[in-house]
Design a protein around this ligand. Structure first.
Ligand code: UDP
Ligand code: MG
Length: 342
């Protein structure tokens, strides 16, 4: 394909061999209708099945398909970051490989983009495909996140979206290793609009995210966008000290008035246990942040590329654009990656 594509479709995939055929089939139809020069940047995120072989097969029939194969599994957030660095389009669409994101919506995205919107995100209208527990946890997380971070996350918005080149360049500038992409989309700003859609059932296989992964994602999100958990300890400490002072004064007065007696063993134990518990939690929260600072200062590359197919000879674009031989410079967070609605 000569020249620079107008539209890039970035698809992170981990063990999606079975979904690739149908995905490509539907995407190709959509891209043909849209009629812009396009590329499909498939990021193979350390798949252990035949995903990479399948990708080569698909590329043989459709050279718009390009392949970035990461050296191991880095997690969806990082796979997305890699895809965004390789994408060359004036508009970049992010979508899952499992057909939960209907490719047909891309036409609507492009329409709105042509009208001047710089970020068009799909908003799922209901979550009935999620378990009740997952739905409840997700709601709790979003409420907590809103209170703690002063960053608005539009409800139901995930990674399925179109971004203008300006937005992609902005995202590529963000050097953080703990990548809570959903928060970053809001953080960069730009002219945004939501498009409602109904999320489909996963075509093949199960979700790659379990509750533990979602919990990590939630902690990543909050620590990356809020320092409230760090600061709250000084206030808690003040409060406890004030109560302790008051109680001390009370004991002194009572002893002066009524003399000393020796009960109080239970209250002593309770106070010791409660306070040591509170202190340990405080330390633990510090640890979460210090661990993330450590990950940032190590400045490891965010991802490593084993192979990039189809990008040769293209002019580099974007402030941090990574060529096929030079992987980008950001590093992964030790505990992070993944990105579904937590
Ligand atoms: N994915 C990835 N790396 C991972 C986990 C997932 O690239 O470590 C991809 C996966 O192949 C899919 C997308 O991210 O294209 C969404 O994953 P999944 O469907 O498992 O998440 P959910 O739909 O539950 O949010
Ligand atoms: Mg899915």
């Amino acid at each position: 394909m000569p020249g620079t594509p107008t539209l890039s479709i970035v698809v992170p995939m981990r063990n999606e061999a079975k979904n690739l055929g149908p995905l490509h089939e539907r995407l190709r139809a959509v891209l043909d209708r849209v009629g812009e020069p396009a590329e499909i940047v498939c990021v193979d995120d350390g798949s252990t099945d035949a995903t990479l072989d399948m990708l080569r097969l698909v590329r043989a029939v459709d050279p718009r398909v390009k392949i970035v194969s990461l050296s191991r599994n880095f997690g969806k957030e990082v796979a997305i970051a890699a895809g965004l660095r390789y994408a060359r389009g004036d508009a970049v669409v992010l979508m899952d490989a499992d057909l939960q994101h209907p490719p047909e919506l891309v036409e609507r995205f492009v329409e709105l983009w042509r009208q001047g919107f710089e970020m068009v995100f799909a908003q799922r209208t209901d979550r009935r495909l999620d378990s009740p527990l997952r739905r409840w946890l997700s709601k709790a997380f979003y409420r907590l996140f809103a209170v703690m971070s002063q960053t608005d996350l539009p409800p139901g918005a995930g990674d399925f979206r179109l971004m203008d080149r300006k937005v992609v360049d902005a995202l590529n500038l963000l050097e953080e290793r703990t990548r809570f992409t959903k928060g970053l989309y809001s953080w960069v700003g730009f002219k945004q609009i939501g498009v409602p859609y109904e999320v489909a059932e996963r075509a093949e296989g199960g979700s790659r995210f379990n509750l533990l992964a979602l919990w990590r994602l939630a902690v990543d999100g909050i620590t990356a966008f809020s320092t409230l958990p760090l600061r709250v300890w000084s206030y808690l400490g003040l409060l406890v000290s004030a109560v302790a002072l008051g109680y001390g004064a009370f004991i002194v007065v009572r002893t002066l008035l009524y003399g000393a007696d020796l009960p109080g063993y239970p209250s002593l134990i309770v106070a010791i246990m409660l306070l040591s518990g509170v202190q340990l939690v405080g330390l633990g929260v510090m640890g979460e942040y210090v661990g993330r600072i450590f990950a940032e200062v190590k400045h490891r590359p965010l991802f490593l590329v084993r192979e990039a197919v189809g990008f040769d000879g293209q002019p580099e674009r974007g402030p941090e654009a990574a060529g096929s031989r030079e992987p980008a410079r950001l590093a992964p967070s030790p505990a992070s990656s993944h990105a579904p609605e937590p």
